[in-house]
Ligand binder design. Structure first.
Ligand SMILES: Cc1cc2nc3c(=O)[nH]c(=O)nc-3n(C[C@H](O)[C@H](O)[C@H](O)COP(=O)(O)OP(=O)(O)OC[C@H]3O[C@@H](n4cnc5c(N)ncnc54)[C@H](O)[C@@H]3O)c2cc1C
Length: 403
């Protein structure tokens, strides 16, 4: 197998590198950046980062799948070029495409199902981080079984009047807008009665209450909606077709969560940690049990990377990779959890110290990564559910018993 890039692509890499060398020369801020990488929490949207992104869009490097009239760079689909750009921007630590729920999930959904007015109103500002979004899908009693959702929307005088409750809504306090699933046809079968609405968060009747999670932060929220009036035009897709629209968003959410490059970075950090931490007067990496576990994890990581190459090859040839993205999400999040678990074993009790505590190893980064890794196993569809879908639709195994 030849994994080298052809001369044409190596020339493209040189061109991207030259662009970065000329236009982005800020030094990374070290450990703080690494933590941000692990949690995906930190995205620069200051004036300098925005000016740089606009230039990179003009040159055709960012948001290549988005038409120019909506603020993208509209380039022919070329997964290898996209990979080279991502690799080089990451290496230079330059502002890349914003990866939040808005740009990575809502924008592709609007491109597929939105009206012209919705595309013009929302896409450009979302790509630059000027409009931030949250995702109002889950409800108490409607998580894995999302189609059981009960938040109602009734049409009244040119508005949807929305009543109900969302839960686990990440970033709802920072977001200006929410894309949400609501029930508009309660008499229909559960998947057929759902619509997809764009709701402005400052609409009267919306109350956001933070939920504190085990990392100590409160990224999640409950969102209560009481007679919140949403303009009738803010529906994406047709009334009652929200389930089909939401499938498109979920597909992109899984693509957002998966990907071996971040796992590789966490693994490399784990190896450095095992070299630095000493037990019984010797670096932990010399312990044969730890070495075995590291070797096993690296083998799984290499498998994940090769799986990524396989999907890339399929895309480059214009083929759909079916459930491949779901396999990526399941595999990489499970592996991320096992890497974080080994890191906790390497640091021992001190791994329990919170980020910022003076004695916390690696600034508490691995404790945070461990807790985070548990969350991403669930976000975008819990691992058990993913296994069921891969088994049934991918491997053709008998269906799981349904309620
Ligand atoms: C980090 C994070 C961020 C999130 N952000 C958002 C957000 O922004 N917006 C949003 O709407 N939601 C968000 N969620 C919610 C997420 O979509 C749900 O947690 C997820 O769909 C699971 O639903 P649940 O929590 O209700 O668990 P449940 O559906 O109650 O599941 C509980 C457990 O039972 C298992 N289970 C359930 N049904 C089956 C079955 N049929 N077969 C086998 N096992 C089963 C599940 O695997 C899980 O282990 C987020 C969650 C996390 C962890």
């Amino acid at each position: 197998m030849n994994l080298a890039y052809s001369a044409e692509y190596e020339r493209f890499r040189t061109e991207v590198r030259r662009f970065l060398g000329e236009h982005w020369n800020e030094a990374p801020s070290g450990a703080a950046d690494s933590i941000a990488d692990l949690t995906g929490a930190h995205v620069r949207t200051d004036a300098r980062a925005t000016a740089f992104r606009l230039l990179a869009i003009e040159r055709g490097y960012l948001y290549r799948h988005v038409p120019r009239r909506y603020g993208g760079s509209e380039q022919p689909g070329d997964p290898l070029k996209s990979t080279i750009i991502a690799e080089e921007f990451r290496r230079a630590r330059a502002p890349f495409e914003i990866m939040g729920q808005g740009p990575s999930m809502l924008v592709p959904t609007l491109l597929e199902h939105g009206t012209e007015a919705q595309k013009e109103r929302f896409i450009r500002d979302t790509l630059l981080g000027t409009i931030r979004w949250c995702q109002g899908y889950s409800e108490p009693g409607a998580g894995s079984d999302l189609a059981s959702l009960r938040t109602r929307a009734v049409l009244d005088d040119g508005h949807w009047v929305v009543n109900g409750q969302k839960i686990w809504t990440s970033n709802a306090r920072e977001a200006e807008w929410m894309f949400a699933l609501v029930r508009t046809e309660p008499e229909k079968a559960k998947h057929d009665g759902i619509s997809y609405l764009l709701i402005e968060m400052n609409t009267p009747g919306i109350d956001v209450r933070p939920l504190r999670q085990m990392t100590g932060d409160a990224d999640f929220n409950e969102v209560f909606l009481e007679n919140a009036r949403v303009p009738a035009d803010n529906i994406v897709g047709r009334r009652g077709q929200g389930w089909v629209v939401s499938r498109s968003t979920l597909k992109h959410e899984r693509a957002l969560i998966g990907g071996a490059h971040l796992t590789r970075r966490t693994f490399d950090g784990l190896v450095m940690l095992a070299q630095a931490v000493e037990r019984g007067g010797r670096p932990v990496i010399q312990d044969p049990v730890i070495r075995n576990r590291l070797a096993e994890l690296e083998a799984r990581l290499v498998a994940a990377e090769y799986h990524g190459y396989r999907l890339l090859t399929l895309s480059a040839r214009g083929n759909d990779h079916g459930l491949g993205g779901m396999v990526t999400k399941l595999y990489s999040t499970t592996l991320g959890y096992d890497i974080a678990k080994l890191a906790m074993d390497v640091v021992g009790d001190r791994g329990l110290l919170a980020p910022g505590e003076p004695n916390a190893p690696a600034m508490g980064m691995f404790g945070l990564a461990y807790m985070w890794s548990l969350g991403v196993l669930i976000a975008g569809g819990a691992a058990n559910i993913q296994r069921n879908i891969i088994a049934e639709r991918g491997l053709g195994l008998p269906r799981d018993a349904r309620k």
